[in-house]
Design a protein around this ligand. Structure first.
Ligand SMILES: Cc1ncc(COP(=O)(O)O)c(C=O)c1O
Length: 488
């Protein structure tokens, strides 16, 4: 192929941000790699090419020297020519991309999709009020932490987390959630998702059975599937996960994953009787209970009321991994969460975590420790509790008024979302789609289920939306339902 054609993309406006000498180097290298410039082809002298391209000769020399250093061209008395590349050097051309289905592992292909594009639209579940976050305080604490930074905080951090944050989390959990632990039992990780991934990979082997709630937090299911575990969907009722007693014998679990304070997404609270039964079951079968306490900090049962304390605190020596996150208390992009493991497992699990992950975010962790120790996080939570309680009450009232008795409103003892049950005549996926066209993003409840009899409803987050806007947004949902019914 003539060199002029190869270089015709040099002034492509789409690549304008790249320095021209780098672009020249990249275009020549690509053409050599895919054979458009055949071995032994002579390249023009640098002076000549610089004149042709109206660029400084130094720029051409820069590109040629880089190609020479990397072995794509050779220099001889006659100038510069394309080198003969070893067989197999040429990448597969973009016109023949391998089918993705063959490139992903079987486990990866199995993972159900988790929709994330609409997370900032009203009613999208998952996020707290990001505008209410105490930015000024956080910025000051970060600034302070950066001012004290040494090389140690910029290197890989302590794998279990910064010691001051481990201490602060242990004290916070003991005061608020009845978790009984020392700082050595607390491991700071980059999100609850990493904690779930660590549990799946460090506490179970590929093929082991994991009991999951049905419906279930999809990202937890994905962590288990990606680790090659065999999920068993256990139905949830108004008292949380409800395994038949015989299941302990017929399908003994290596892991049991529950969201006991506020089942995600239905919102039921795991009863004390069930908590004790799960503890007894995992102890007897040699498995582990994973307690995901993702949003218990906002309790709405009555003002000032505390949610049931953590299962971990019932029997601190039991095989329980307690998982919590700052995604709801602060903001999801922070990616700081924690897992609390039994005292007897701390050294072994700490070793496993060290082997799998690298610690980081030491500066953020120090700032967060101060936010906790100074009581400012507790004050923020106290400030937000009535705000979320009001939003929930307004949302509940508007849904009841707009949808009537045929559509029960479920959950809401804690957290930042409610569930609206729907009759079979209104399929939730269709209503969620119609709602999206109205600029609101509730999630279909059926998407959280495994099996052939999914629930039908909508999961509505209210963390992001002020109470004053909620009635109008629910009207949009009512309109979406009317549109759907007319079309059907
Ligand atoms: C059940 C459950 N666990 C954990 C999380 C948060 O996890 P992360 O710390 O990875 O943001 C969420 C977020 O929506 C959740 O719903």
């Amino acid at each position: 192929m003539p060199l002029s054609l190869v270089l015709s993309a040099l002034d492509d406006p789409a690549a304008a941000s790249e320095a021209r000498q780098l672009r020249l180097y990249r275009l020549l290298k690509a053409a050599i790699l895919d054979g458009r410039l055949a071995p032994a082809t002579r390249l023009p002298g640098s002076r000549q090419l610089a004149a042709d391209l109206r660029m400084a000769r130094n720029c051409v020399l820069f590109a040629y020297q880089l190609l020479l250093a990397e072995g794509f061209v050779e220099a001889d008395r006659g100038g510069t020519r394309v080198a003969a590349l070893p067989l197999g050097a040429a990448p597969v051309g973009p016109q023949h991309p391998p089918a993705l289905a063959h490139m992903l592992s079987r486990r990866a292909r199995q993972l159900p999709d988790i929709k994330r594009s609409d997370t900032l639209l009203p009613f999208a579940p998952g996020a707290p009020d990001l505008n209410a976050f105490p930015w000024a305080t956080w910025a000051r604490l970060l600034h302070q932490a950066w001012a004290e930074v040494t090389a140690r905080q910029l290197a890989y951090a302590e794998p279990g987390g910064e010691p001051e944050l481990r201490r602060a989390v242990a004290a916070f959990l003991s005061a608020r959630r009845g978790v009984a632990c020392t700082p050595e039992q607390v491991f700071i990780v980059a999100g609850a998702q990493v904690a779930l991934d660590a549990c799946a990979r460090l506490l179970a082997d590929s093929g082991d059975t994991v009991w999951l709630e049905n419906p279930c937090y999809p990202a937890a299911r994905n962590a288990m599937l990606a680790a090659g575990l065999t999920p068993l969907a256990v139905a949830v009722d108004q008292d949380g996960m409800a395994p038949a007693p015989a299941l302990w014998q017929s399908a003994p679990p290596r892991l049991v994953y529950v969201t006991p304070s506020h089942q995600y997404p239905l919102g039921s609270v795991l009863s004390l009787e069930r908590r004790l039964a799960l503890l007894a079951g995992v102890e007897a079968s040699g498995g582990w209970l994973i307690e995901d306490d993702y949003d218990s900090d906002f309790n709405h049962a009555q003002p000032g009321a505390r949610p049931l304390p953590a299962i971990q605190g019932l029997r601190p020596e039991a095989p329980v991994v307690y998982v919590g996150t700052f995604s709801k208390l602060l903001y999801p992009g922070l990616r700081i969460a924690y897992m609390v493991v039994p005292r007897w497992a701390a050294a072994g699990l700490g070793e496993g975590i060290r082997k799998l992950y690298r610690g980081g975010q030491a500066v953020e962790q120090r700032a967060l420790a101060r936010l906790l120790e100074s009581g400012q996080l507790t004050r923020h939570l106290r400030r937000m509790a009535p705000v979320y309680r009001e939003r929930q009450a307004v949302l509940r009232g508007a849904l009841q008024a707009g949808f009537g008795d045929a559509c029960p409103v479920l959950g809401g003892q804690a957290g930042l979302h409610l569930v609206l049950g729907l009759p079979p005549s209104v399929p939730d996926t269709a209503l969620a789609e119609a709602a999206l066209a109205q600029g609101i993003a509730p999630r279909p409840l059926s998407a959280y289920y495994t099996g052939t009899a999914p629930g039908n409803g909508l999961v509505l987050g209210y963390g992001l939306t002020g109470a004053a806007r909620i009635p109008e947004l629910v009207e949009r949902l009512v309109r979406a339902r009317e549109t759907l019914e007319k079309a059907g």
